[in-house]
Design a binder for this molecule. Structure first.
Ligand code: ATP
Ligand code: MG
Length: 258
């Protein structure tokens, strides 16, 4: 039997006079790649921000892995089991690729501040284990050779992969990717698609915001389409592609010059 990883119901978020999300609900099953698509300004990133505790929703309820979940502080979200990447890359620019991933891993460690200050044996052993796991993750996303490079010196595509490695470092139940292909060329996108597929094969569950229709349609088991904060369609890629409202929203978006 399949297991529900995330269930979100009735999420609304208003910014002043703008209803950025109206009663949005999604259910993601374990092992799925679930797509969140829609024209610019539809509310996709706002949904991620609500889900990961950056914005407080006006209404809505959440369950993660069958338990009630309240997205509050960002580190609590990571502990609960959701990791994300950002549309505008947020790495520690002056830290190495390896260190950026190690930061992600620290939410899962135990020796804490006291251990760090006194550099206890337990702390040093844990630190070595974290570094070796971080290197594995860099290898996994295909940028292992850049481990000692500062994040800012990596290409755009490699920085996006580094963000994915950092997100994976928290061992998330759900990994949420906000436009991971943005700024990538066609061959980088092929590699990214293989990586997302691999992450799924390795048993993780993925929530994906993406504008590249080919990538979305090829990868996603199910999709939700947002337009002006409203959920205008939900279903498989084939179902969503045929939906009149979806066609209208995308054609309309062209007219609005988005
Ligand atoms: N902190 C904020 N304060 C005010 N308005 C906001 C805020 N964050 C988002 N918005 C507005 O909410 C709407 C939805 O924005 P959001 O970033 O979620 O869209 P999106 O679907 O991610 O778009 P894109 O594809 O361009 O990334 C937009 O009109 C945006 O201007
Ligand atoms: Mg966005």
């Amino acid at each position: 039997m399949s297991e529900t990883i995330l269930k979100v119901s009735g999420v609304s978020k208003r910014f002043g006079g703008l209803q950025a999300l109206s009663e949005v609900g999604i259910t993601i099953m374990k092992g799925q790649v679930y797509g969140l698509i829609g024209p610019n300004g539809a509310g996709k990133t706002t949904f991620f921000n609500v889900l990961t505790g950056l914005y407080t929703p006006d209404s809505g309820s959440f369950e993660l892995g069958g338990k009630p979940y309240k997205p509050t502080a960002v580190h609590e979200v990571a502990k609960a089991g959701i990791a994300r990447t950002f549309q505008n890359i947020r790495l520690f620019a002056e830290m190495t690729a390896l260190e950026n991933v190690m930061v992600g891993r620290h939410v899962r460690t135990h020796s804490g501040l006291i251990g760090a200050v006194f550099r206890t044996a337990a702390f040093k052993a844990e630190e070595a284990a974290i570094a070796s796991r971080a290197q594995e993750l860099l290898d996994y996303v295909g940028i292992g050779r850049f481990a000692q490079y500062k994040a800012r010196t990596l290409s755009y595509g490699d920085q996006r992969r580094l963000e994915i490695a950092r997100a994976l470092a928290t061992d998330p139940k759900l990994i949420a990717l906000d436009e991971p292909a943005a700024g990538m060329n066609a061959s980088e996108k092929v590699v990214l698609r293989e990586l997302i597929d691999q992450i799924r094969k390795d048993g993780r569950t993925i929530l994906l915001i993406e504008h590249d229709v080919k990538l979305v349609m090829g990868l996603c088991d199910r999709l939700t389409v947002l337009d002006y904060g409203k959920q205008i369609a939900e279903g498989t890629a084939a179902e969503v592609q045929k939906n009149e409202k979806v066609i209208e929203a995308y054609l309309g978006a062209d007219h609005k010059n988005h």
